[in-house]
Design a protein. Structure first.
Length: 87
C-alpha cells in the first residue's frame, strides 16, 4: 500500500489531517547528512528505523522488513521485529 500526496495512492495524505503546511516544512529535526553519518557511527544507529506495533497485517509489511533486515541494518523499535529499545 502507498501513502503519498498522489490522489491514486491507497491512502492519499490529502485525506489525513494536517494542522498547517508548516508541519511539513518545519526544519526543527532536520540535520546535516555528515552529522547523520557521524551519529550512525557514534550511537550505533542503523540507516533505517522501523516502528510497528500492529504485527501480522494483511499487507505482510513485517515479512518484507524481516527480509530486508538480511541485507541492511534496520533498528526496529516497535512491538514487531523489535531489536532495539528507544533511546
Amino acid at each position: 500500500h502507498t501513502a503519498t500526496f498522489k490522489r491514486h495512492s491507497d491512502l492519499p495524505l490529502t485525506t489525513q489531517w494536517l494542522a498547517s503546511i508548516d508541519d511539513l516544512l518545519d526544519q526543527t529535526y532536520v540535520i546535516d547528512v555528515k552529522e547523520k553519518t557521524q551519529l550512525q557511527t557514534t550511537e550505533n544507529l542503523a540507516p533505517i528505523i522501523y516502528i510497528q506495533s500492529d504485527c501480522n497485517t494483511p499487507s505482510d509489511r513485517d515479512l518484507y522488513i524481516k527480509e530486508l533486515m538480511k541485507y541492511i541494518q534496520i533498528d526496529s523499535y516497535g512491538g514487531c521485529l523489535h531489536n532495539k529499545d528507544l533511546p
